[in-house]
Design a protein around this ligand. Structure first.
Ligand code: TRP
Length: 452
């Protein structure tokens, strides 16, 4: 097993399976936990608007670029660049992606662990009769503990490693296909409850009415970074996934479908949360606890709340899992194909190392909360460096690679499946890939870091 030849690669088996797996990677804590929380921190509507512009102008072209690279090369994130641009430094974004994958999964595993604790709390009916202040105290009390959050983090990372070991077809595809639609349904039910709460209008206005006076340079950079984070872009996840796609897949349609689905789910999550935030008098900028504090309040106000709450945290954990496996897969595919490790050894090593790196992230919420550098904890730094620096830079190099290095002819061959499909969007895509996306990323990036 140790030196399985690359020609024996696993692959996705059906069209719906591919979309489900890519959407499963994209839809996760980014949509339901991070998007509402940073929208609250960065002031609402104007941030959301910048985020949507970043998705359309940058996210979509970067996603298509990752698909083009991965499916053309049929390799992992680093190997794909080495194959398409041998003897050049173009493999660097692949290496940056590995670093980003490592950092993101370290803190992702911690937050995903929180969802498991909240799943258990829902089973035990621990939210019954609690008011918003109680629920805030409950969340703060839990994440600041030393051992409990770390145990949950280890459980979650163990699950992630186990699914990645089971391989592409058996694990990832099946889980995604079954559970994503159910998650969507629950969020819609939550939305209906939230927008009929007294005072809901204020929350919707916060989310959709841009107030540009609240938009900071860091807010814009975070909107860009989050567009990458939410769509799983900029670190080779989708290069890796699309390397398992068949030659007849329509890359552009898949990219559009996944982007729309991911964005809709993030907005629906926002619609579930902000009306409730205002109705219950919770601070919109409350930070990473926003979802965990707000939603149990909403469930309290619903018939069948016990059941929906349980189902929600279960599916949130599953959504996190279909994302975390896609992050781990980047590292594992690299270890297996480039370093020639066995899949088992590679998975175990990567999982253990990332889990260990996650421990100080978890402690940042409690005993290490005072260990700060420039006002950010260890957790905040991993998130900031990975999401706001490595992903946008990786994304810039990825679109530029397709726009400038591969060029129009090779791109056309790949997106049309060697002439089978029409690609009327090609001139627009090339323009976005060569000029718009790289320039906008560079400006927002330098501006956000205060360098421009
Ligand atoms: N997109 C996922 C989410 O929204 C997280 C994720 C999976 C990710 N793969 C990624 C983020 C690759 C950045 C890069 O929860």
């Amino acid at each position: 097993m140790a030196t399985q030849p690359v020609t024996q690669r696993d692959s996705f088996t059906s069209k719906i399976g591919i979309i489900a797996a890519v959407a499963g990677s994209a839809v996760g804590l980014g949509n339901i936990w991070k998007f509402p929380y940073i929208t609250g921190v960065f002031g609402g509507g104007a941030f959301v608007l910048v985020y949507l512009i970043c998705i359309a102008l940058i996210g979509l072209p970067v996603m298509l670029s990752e698909f083009i690279i991965g499916r053309k090369a049929q390799r992992n994130a680093v190997g794909s660049f080495k194959k398409l641009a041998p003897g050049t430094l173009w493999f660097m974004p692949g290496i940056m992606g590995l670093v980003a994958a490592f950092m993101i999964l370290a803190f992702y595993g911690v937050v995903a662990g929180w969802t498991l604790e909240y799943l258990l709390k829902s089973v035990l009916n621990a939210f019954a009769g609690k008011n918003p202040a109680d629920l805030e105290g409950m969340f703060g009390g839990f994440i600041s503990q030393v051992t409990k959050p770390i145990i949950w983090q280890c459980v979650f990372m163990g699950l992630t490693g186990w699914i990645v070991l089971a391989g592409i077809k058996g694990g990832i595809e099946r889980a995604s296909k079954l559970l994503m639609p159910i998650l969507l349904m629950i969020i819609i039910i939550l939305d209906i409850r939230a927008i009929t709460l007294p005072g809901a209008a204020e929350g919707l206005a916060f989310l959709f009415k841009p107030d540009f006076s609240k938009l900071s340079a860091e807010g814009m950079l975070s909107a860009l970074g989050h567009a990458f984070f939410s769509l799983s872009l900029g670190m080779g996840t989708l290069i890796t996934y699309s390397s398992y796609m068949g030659k007849r897949e329509n890359l552009a349609t898949t990219a559009v479908q996944v982007t729309v689905a991911d964005t809709v789910i993030a907005l629906l999550a926002g619609i579930a949360i902000f009306p409730a935030v205002f109705a219950f008098g919770i601070e919109p900028g409350a930070g990473p606890g926003l979802v965990f504090i707000t939603l149990p309040n909403v469930f309290q106000q619903m018939p069948g709340g016990y059941f929906f709450c349980l189902l929600f945290f279960l599916l949130l954990a599953v959504a996190a899992l279909t994302s975390s496996i896609s992050i781990l897969e980047v590292v594992v595919a690299y270890f297996v194909e480039e370093l020639k490790l066995g899949r088992r050894a590679a998975t175990i090593m990567a999982t253990v190392a990332i889990t260990i790196a996650g421990i100080p992230c978890s402690l940042s919420m409690g005993v290490m909360s005072n260990v700060q550098f420039m006002g950010k904890t260890f957790f905040d730094w991993l998130d900031f460096i990975a999401a706001n620096i490595l992903l946008p830079l990786g994304g810039l190099l990825i679109v530029a690679f397709v726009g400038w290095y591969l060029g129009r002819e090779k791109t056309e061959t790949e997106v049309t499946n060697e002439g089978e499909l029409k690609a009327g969007y090609l001139p627009l895509f090339m323009f976005l890939a060569k000029f718009v996306a790289p320039v906008v990323i560079a400006i927002v990036f330098l501006h956000g870091l205060g360098l421009f």
